[in-house]
Design a protein around this ligand. Structure first.
Ligand code: GA4
Length: 333
């Protein structure tokens, strides 16, 4: 990228310009899914951070590696070939442009429909091999396994909140569930090295919250993901290829009447190493009503949000800019 354009990719500075004191830096909650009694920790993580790391998740490493290597093959193909799988409206290949409202990032991506039976709606990633079917099965395997883990997490959360176990997981398991699968590739940007040495950051994916219920991310060994802490400082999330990172989405914040926090996050790119992440966004059916759950509310507790359908929220979200606060339109005054 040439110099003037580079400005587009600088993140906004922190509110409180952080002289991060390591003594006060919180650590990311770690949830070991193989352990009993983790429900309390899970709820705590969703309340305090809206974010946690999952270990012993049960997703086969083979299935992760296979998808990762096919995705890398795709992103390493010539641009003209990749563009055949685009534009991403709603599914396909995208490059630097994010959404429809002018957001940009140093990123290439694939947006895919994770519905097992509806891959005809996905772009044909035919550059990958002579058998384009193969990629679809690799995605299916991965999504099936990650979705299973995600539903297990949602059930533990519901249980700890004394809600029917399936309240959240049923929304993902529903045939009509409006979930998305995304593969992001952040190419190295050597032109940026000079800026990086001066401590400047290159935006890969600008700050935002996810509109859905829950998002589950797995990345290669390149850092870049940052979450916004309550004190206004950004915290870098060290990559871990053996773990998944989970964040609460806007819809879950609403259903828990603000108990769980939809965490703001962003990705900064790197001048030397590429980053690859694969994210499953668990969303409800379009007709699903989203509102604070009555069963959860204490006597006299005021509902913080108006009721809306996922269709209404999604429509409003897709008309917003990445960094907008999308929930404020749906707050009760
Ligand atoms: C953020 C979460 C998911 O990646 C996504 C994104 C979507 C897109 O890339 O098209 C959005 C963004 C995300 C929220 C606000 C709108 C829509 C880009 C954007 C500017 C697929 C999603 O569902 O919402």
């Amino acid at each position: 990228i040439s110099e003037p354009q580079v400005e587009l990719f600088f993140p906004k500075p922190c509110k409180q310009n952080s002289k991060n004191n390591p003594l006060f830096m919180p650590t990311i909650p770690i949830i070991d899914l193989s352990k009993p009694d983790l429900k309390h920790l899970l709820v705590k993580a969703c309340q305090e951070f809206g974010f946690f790391k999952v270990i012993n998740h049960g997703v086969p490493i083979k299935c992760i590696n296979k998808l990762e290597s096919e995705a890398i093959k795709f992103f390493n193909s010539p641009l003209s070939a990749k563009q055949k799988a685009g534009p991403p409206d709603p599914f396909g290949y995208g490059n630097k442009s994010i959404g429809q409202n002018g957001d940009m990032g140093w990123v290439e991506y694939l947006l895919l429909n994770p519905k097992l039976e509806s891959h005809y709606k996905n772009p044909t990633i035919s550059i990958l091999e002579d058998k384009p079917e193969k990629f679809k099965y690799t995605v299916d395997d991965y999504v099936t396994s990650v979705k299973k883990m995600t539903c297990a997490i949602l059930e533990l959360l519901a249980d700890e909140l004394n809600l029917p176990q399936n309240v959240f997981s049923n929304m993902l398991r529903d045939e009509q569930s409006d979930s998305v699968f995304r593969v992001n590739y952040y190419p190295p940007c050597p032109l940026f090295q000079e800026h990086e040495m001066k401590g400047k950051k290159l935006i890969g994916f600008g700050e935002h919250t996810d509109p859905q219920i829950i998002s589950v991310l797995r990345s290669n060994n390149t850092s870049g993901l940052e979450i916004l802490l309550k004190d206004g400082n950004w915290m870098s999330v060290p990559p871990d290829t053996n773990s998944f990172f989970v964040n609460v989405g806007d819809s879950l914040q609403v259903m828990t009447n603000g108990r769980f926090k939809s965490v703001k996050h962003r990705v900064v790119a790197n001048s030397l190493k590429s980053r690859l992440s694969m994210i499953y966004f668990g969303g409800p059916p379009l007709c699903q009503k989203i509102a604070p759950l009555h069963l959860l509310m204490k006597r006299d507790e005021a509902s913080l949000y108006k009721e809306f359908t996922w269709y209404e929220y999604k429509k409003s979200a897709f008309n917003s800019r990445l960094s907008d606060n999308r929930l404020c339109r749906f707050e009760k005054n």
